[in-house]
Design a protein around this ligand. Sequence first.
Ligand code: HEM
Length: 417
Amino acid sequence: MSDTLTQTRLAPQPAHVPDALVYDFDMYRDEALNENAPERLVDIAANAPPVFWTPRNGGHWMVTRFRLVTSAGRDWEHFSSEPFTPEEAEAMRAALPPDEQIYLPVPILLDPPVHTAFRKPLNLVFAPKAMMAMQDSIRRLAIELIENVKDQGHCEFMSAIGEPMPVQVFLEMFGLPLERQDEFRKIVSDHLSEDFGEVADQQRKLRDMAKVMEDTLLDRRDNPTGDLISRLWQTTVDGRALTLEDMQNYCILLFIAGLDTVMNAMGYAVRHFAANPELQEELRANPALIPEATEELLRRYSFVMSNRRAASDMTFAGAEIKAGERVLLYNPAANVDPDEFPDPGTFDLHRENKAHVTFASGPHRCLGSHLARIELQTLYEEMLARLPTFRLDPDKPVRYRCGPVIGPRSVHIRWDV
Ligand code: HEM
């Protein structure tokens, strides 16, 4: 076992958790997940308890089945997205120096009705029509990145295309400087690769993120352009103008979501295409099937989980969960639940039911899903049209990075030139 996978210490099993509901799973360091995430997720969905408590990472619950994940996702009154109770937030505020604030990515860490008010401005800026307007520039970027590697007959997909494409799309849409993309990416990937940590630690990381964007935020407030930051400044929440604190809280979330999501879907898909040349042929012959293939790829290879806290004591699917306990809705396992999807580990382009929870369910359903789908479909169209049949490099197997987002670290592919 490598050093990075050294297992963390075990939290003591609470008295209300029976042995039958304990399943030792480290979402960051599980060896099988790091080795082959798509297979390990199928194994969890089939063999782990539907709701289990793991002693890793401080001890927390995980929900792994489709029906349970969707119902908990919608039930914000029991499964709260707020990381602290109002009393804890008050105590934190009281302990801060007067010029300091609590950094709280919004709207993802709010419950309705406040969540609804904070989500509204984003509904406007992420509307399907606004995202469709970006398709031409997304296509130009995809073509440029593919053409850069086409003549060399091979590439490491993540670094050549999978990472730069969504990162550049996002930075341009957001209005952040492209030349700082490596610095921004590092901040987000460090943030996601470390386990939950203490509240003070998390606050320090979120403050650092807010600070790298602060100059741009202030500049766009005073000199608006057409970018997303400028448009957000012009919106209101419940009729009041946004403050710098509001903007920082919005932008921290968008920074994380924009810089570390779409690339994982791309990496999984290209790995799947490369391992299945007959699928490449089918889609080259009939590109109209690409949107459907994109949905089935999103179902089979999903990678973002939903983080919740029990708002009160409850019994959920036979598990006694106490107020304040952390509950992770494991969307990537729910999407391969054998009770919902027959033969769930198989990619089936013609599967009747592809209704997945990759973008979650309930009030926090992903706002970036329209943008993500445009980027994914455009990339697949251009890769299949511009490259001949590509295959996985047998000497460089795919490994995964695991945590709240699970994705391929590298995907080496080859084609004939
Ligand atoms: C394939 C790519 C993506 C996946 C799989 C994904 C997945 C998710 C999931 C599962 C949630 C819900 C989290 C929860 O329940 O707590 C979420 C929320 C969100 N996502 Fe995405 N996301 C993707 C891309 C994006 C992009 C590109 C953006 C924006 C640039 C974005 C912006 C957001 C926002 C703002 C929320 C919070 C919505 C709310 O709390 O109401 N996402 N995403």
